[in-house]
Design a protein around this ligand. Structure first.
Ligand SMILES: Cc1cc2nc3c(=O)[nH]c(=O)nc-3n(C[C@H](O)[C@H](O)[C@H](O)COP(=O)(O)O)c2cc1C
Length: 506
């Protein structure tokens, strides 16, 4: 809904949302698992034969997921390795979505253990059965998301298998299974172009990977010839990614434009929209009255007494302030009643994505966000005030010092340290002040290797040595990716170590 909020009613029709990936067996067998992940109705989502007849449902019967006015089109995504389990899960969700997607791209350790996602990609027989049963038994289409394999021909055969089983849309993530974490690297759009040119022309294909900002969407469609583009991280960092920026001179208070004409949505604006959606749709209450967002051109106001100053004043005069007391009580209550609403439990990880550059600079905001408990809306409102204050500070500094206020020379040097020219060009292209929503530019694998965040396995080291020797003999420089590696964890990765998120595709 946040992503949609940055689009016009017209362009909204082009936006398709996916749920996070649900585990098919757990979803079909566990009412609790369903309630904690997918809420098209209030309360427990029943499984067939107690099917829902959505045409007979009253407006008040609908809740949020797959809501006919708020959350369509929606694809529900599952991982599975057993066709019957997948079908059972798909039948539960089919009244509330437009298609069921099979995730064959998940590369995580948990998918390896559970034998699903990208770890099925060698087992085309099972893949065929999983897709085909949905194709035959569901009333809505089945779609699939795959990763590329190590050769064009194999990937083409794989894609053909998925389509022959009955997948109506093929989403291709242009990276191989081992391209994850510090080894993520750049997605291979040329492979997508090859698939587009060699699959039947009526194949509906979506591309995934390398979408950092709005302009990349059109570029990807042009280079690959696909029908749609999926964005995950780009959208998490900048929820306005699918929206067209406002025309020059019509920025309003939410959109910021620098002196070079480049701009983006302010983080305080995006966070207000986020909070308002939570108040209105999740908590069924009106959001608090909010003052217009600050603009440096606004008349100067008398400084307000901040909550902290108020607390300190009160402390001198007597008992602790009521508000603080209430917050403590709410927190204690939160500890007793664990919040399980899927809309509320994802707030903290979502905001760590969206506010990444701001919280890196203003560590008191990062610490406050790190401490907040799921469902503690007052505390999230307090974080919003901190973000508004920080944004105001950033805007005023930009007025005074222009581009120089983005980053100190020291911060810039730190960000650019060990980066190669390709990354530096991307950093320059996507550069925005820290209070503007913007993509996170991951270091390339070779940069991660140089920094020691990624280590080669013995086998890989030997292979590279061999390649180097051969290259020295032949005079041709070795190309290639890091095939096997060990991740070296660092504190930073933990902050951004996010659980499942919803994804969107436009
Ligand atoms: C936090 C997070 C959660 C993800 N969850 C899913 C998921 O549930 N299903 C899925 O197909 N892909 C998931 N992905 C992978 C993305 O769909 C996508 O394939 C990958 O991030 C590359 O695309 P991007 O460059 O647009 O992020 C997730 C990625 C991230 C960063």
């Amino acid at each position: 809904m946040l992503t949609r909020s940055f689009m016009t009613p017209e362009t909204n029709k082009d936006l398709l949302a996916y749920t996070p990936m649900f585990h098919a067996r757990m979803f079909s067998e566990g009412a609790k698992y369903r309630t904690e992940h997918f809420e098209p109705v209030r309360g427990t989502l029943a499984s067939p034969p107690d099917s829902y007849h959505t045409s007979q449902m009253q407006d008040s019967d609908w809740y949020l997921d797959g809501h006919k006015k708020l959350d369509r089109p929606l694809f529900v995504q599952f991982c599975a390795n057993n066709p019957d389990e997948l079908l059972a899960a798909a039948k539960i969700v089919q009244p509330f979505c437009d298609a069921v997607d099979l995730n064959l791209g998940c590369p995580q350790g948990i998918a390896r253990k559970g034998n699903y996602g990208a770890f099925l990609q060698e087992d085309w027989d099972t893949i065929y059965k999983l897709i085909n049963i949905l194709h035959k038994e569901l009333d809505i289409p089945v779609t699939a998301k795959i990763r590329i394999l190590d050769s064009r021909e194999k990937t083409l055969q794989y894609a053909k298998t998925v389509l022959s089983a009955g997948a109506s849309i093929l989403t291709v993530h242009g990276r191989q299974r081992d391209q994850k974490g510090h080894n993520t690297g750049v997605a291979d759009w040329s492979m997508l172009r090859f698939l587009r040119d060699n699959l039947p022309p009526d194949t509906v294909m979506f591309a995934n990977g390398n979408i950092l900002q709005h302009d990349d969407i059109a570029q990807c469609m042009k280079e690959t010839g696909v029908d749609g583009v999926m964005s995950a991280e780009g959208n998490l960092y900048d929820p306005s990614i699918f929206g067209k920026p406002p025309p020059m001179g019509q920025e309003g208070r939410e959109y910021w434009r620098g002196r070079d004409g480049e701009g983006g949505y302010r983080m305080d604006a995006a966070l207000r929209r986020y909070m308002d959606i939570i108040h209105r749709y999740v908590l069924d209450q009106e959001p608090p009255q909010r003052k217009p967002l600050f603009l440096p051109s606004d008349p100067v106001e008398e400084p307000e007494v901040t909550e902290k100053e108020q607390d300190e004043d009160n402390r001198e005069d007597g008992p602790p302030p009521k508000k603080k007391q209430k917050r403590k009580e709410d927190r204690a209550k939160g500890q007793r009643e664990k919040c399980t609403s899927p809309n509320l439990t994802v707030m903290q990880p979502h905001l760590f994505h969206m506010l990444r550059p701001l919280v890196s600079k203003h560590t008191h905001v990062r610490d406050a966000l790190g401490r907040v408990r799921a469902g503690d809306i007052d505390e999230f409102e307090r974080i919003l005030s901190l973000v508004e204050e920080a944004t105001k500070e950033g805007l005023l500094e930009y007025e005074k010092n222009g581009e120089a206020s983005f980053q100190t020379d020291q911060e810039k040097a730190k960000q650019e340290e060990g980066r190669d020219p390709e990354s530096l060009a991307t950093l320059a292209r996507c550069k925005r002040p820290w209070f503007i929503c913007q993509p996170y530019i991951r270091p390339l694998p070779k940069e991660a290797l140089a920094k020691g965040a990624l280590m080669l396995s013995k086998k890989e080291k030997a292979r590279l040595e061999r390649e180097k020797e051969e290259a020295e003999k032949s005079g041709v420089a070795p190309e290639g990716r890091v095939e096997e590696h060990k991740e070296v964890s660092n504190g930073e990765a933990k902050v951004a170590d996010i659980p499942k998120e919803g994804l969107v595709c436009g």
